[in-house]
Design a protein. Sequence first.
Lengths: 380, 130
Amino acid sequence: MKQLLTFLLLTLLFTGCGAGSNRNSHKNIDYRTNFNPYNEPFFQYQWYLTYTENEFSFSAAIDPDASVHILDAWKYTRGKGVKVAVIDNNFEVKHKDLRDNVINSYNADMQNYDVSNDSDESSHGTATAGFIAAVPNGYGILGTAPDAELILIEQFADDDAATIRAFEYAKNKGAKIISNSWGTGHVSEAIAAELASIKNQNITIFFASGNYGPTLTSSNQNLDAPGITDESELPSVIGVGATNELNKLASYSNYGRNIDILAPGGEFLGLLGLDDTGSAGVQFNSYTFSNGYTLVLDDAHAFETGTSFACPVAAGVAALMLAVNPSLTPEQIRTLLIQSTDKIENDSVYYDKNGFNLKRAYGKINAAKAVALAKEALQP
Amino acid sequence: MKILITLSTLLLSTVHLFGETYYYAFGQKVILKPLLQTRAAADQNIHYYQTKTGIKLGVKNEVIIGCKDMKQCKPVLENYPVASIEKLSDTLYLLTLKKGSDPFKVANNLYHEEPIFLSHPNFIKKRIAR
């Protein structure tokens, strides 16, 4: 009898509670139809989407306004039907938090569909894609536009022709947004022509402004040099810098007259996303804060820092805008994103009469306001 | 004869090292500084150069051109050492040059041809994840 009782108790313990129960025991739930962001076990740590009052937020000293205020935007849409392409070095296409939103993957170097699924390689693209459209599935986190469709384009080759092929693939597969968390510090005329042509075909392009100068080590983070030296400065592109969890400019974020907006990229604490070492990379990512609080994640999720991750957050917000108003042009998206920004640190820094500050661009994006403006802009 | 060949080789190396290497972009002449050739790069037939801002660019025997109407560009290209043409987009084409051709010379001459709106080597540059 005692043994039977012990068995029953243990069974109840293993099936009914514990940290992993949310991820494994609700296999029949349709997480999209019954959408609740907190069904994702790590959503409460996604401070850049919305502030959640808990021990983690307190321990990390997260500013309640540091997020893009996503919940009010999700009342209108979660990005369904919008195709977003990501050009990056490598992807773990079958990552559980990505795979259901991936509609195409392509290798622009080999010009075939052999995109690596190796989870032990550096998968910068896995992380960037996750910030756009990590899937509602009760497993981990949510992307900014969790119902958007992903086109993942792998490019390792460094020549201009390969880059043009990557953009053409995105266009031909129907992408309305292309997110780029990379840069070269040298813009060829052919690349400028290609990006201008893509924009003219109503596709919105985002580029990260970069960290610590064009080569990741420069003391000069001001991109303003004679001519265009960085992809993020092109007029055909929306250039994205980064803010941190204190709702301030991230100190690594490159800036200049042609950078348009900021989005959260983290600094002392990164954005919780898909682990860029892949599911089989770092085991049980864990973080201990100065007050002793320790957060233990899993093998497939980690905190990531940089404009690389601010860029897809902004691209995801644009996907939400297009979902409520598919007629928006890239120029309208840029204008509405700028009109709806929050001016960070405006009690201590000066924004000019156009609302621009050299280091902080036009301010930090606000998803709730941007989507509301996009909806208002619908033609009657 | 042997001395003549050695002298010619030295002379060519000097021209390569100290001659002005440039291309055209956005209506401007852009001067590049040649970098010393490594064995690995030589094996792949890539030459490396540096921009004024310190960015390293690789060049092989390929040129990208912009052409709105290939019917007009094709006769022009027949006068150049072009081995093959790949269409990259509606208006951009990748030219692979015949062995031994100078991609800068070809690109710079093509830049001045009427139906071609841009022309430069297919630059290889480090893409940095951010």
